[in-house]
Design a binder for this molecule. Structure first.
Ligand code: GRF
Length: 212
């Protein structure tokens, strides 16, 4: 099943780039319908334009509330026939206005092994804390910050020679692979959400079938 993606960005867009590359190289069965930035100068917009993808800027400072911003976003995404909303370095907390419009279809990537180190600068927080294993997480988005059911994670060892910046870069490389892997699993309908006894949803990814 080809995924119709709307990708939301605020910054440099290296995760966006890895998704665009995977689509272009036929490793990801998806159509990036639109890339939306809340920041007018985001470099991610240039990456999208280079790939021939429609770009839109929705400047949050022009809206009176988070809800009003999200309503405009929903309108824009629906007009572009988006079915899955992919956050790729999007620095806004979403409200129910958007989450209810795309129930169970909003994904985020975060540069830590959640639930550790949510919020800004996950790699820096992990480094300062002194953990020996850091990493990244792809999860479904709910109303919390970097909360929502975890879909997949990658561990990244913290090396003796690391500083916060070198750790951030190695995590980012893993993010690029992990996001594409999860999106492709979604397109192959291998991702299922099951309720668990603890009340939190448990996400399973079935292995790819041999034919794929
Ligand atoms: C990534 O580390 C992502 O996990 C976080 O924001 C960063 C975005 O980087 N949510 P980029 O814009 O994809 O390069």
């Amino acid at each position: 099943m080809r995924l119709n993606l709307g990708i939301l960005v605020s910054g440099s867009g290296t995760n966006l780039q890895s998704i665009l590359d995977a689509v272009q190289q036929g490793r990801l069965d998806a159509d990036v319908r639109v890339v939306v930035s809340n920041r007018p100068g985001a470099y991610a917009l240039e990456r999208a334009a280079q790939a021939g993808v429609e770009t839109r800027v929705l400047d949050h400072r022009e809206f009176e509330s988070r809800e009003a911003f999200d309503r405009a976003l929903v309108q824009l995404l629906r007009a572009a026939q988006v079915e899955w909303v992919v956050l790729a370095g999007f620095m806004r907390v979403l409200t129910p206005e958007l989450l209810h419009a795309f129930p169970g279809r909003v994904l985020n990537i975060h540069p830590s092994l959640l639930p550790a180190f949510p919020g800004v600068n996950g790699p820096g927080q992990a480094f300062e804390y002194g953990v020996k294993v850091a990493g990244c997480t792809v999860h479904f988005v709910d109303e919390g910050v970097d909360a929502g059911p975890i879909i997949a994670q990658r561990a990244v060892p913290v090396l003796e020679v690391d500083d916060a910046e070198s750790l951030r870069k190695r995590i980012l490389q893993q993010e690029h692979e992990l996001y594409v892997e999860v999106l492709q699993a979604l397109s192959e309908e291998r991702v299922t959400i099951q309720p668990s006894s603890g009340g939190r949803a448990r996400v399973r990814i079935a292995p790819p079938s041999r034919r794929q």
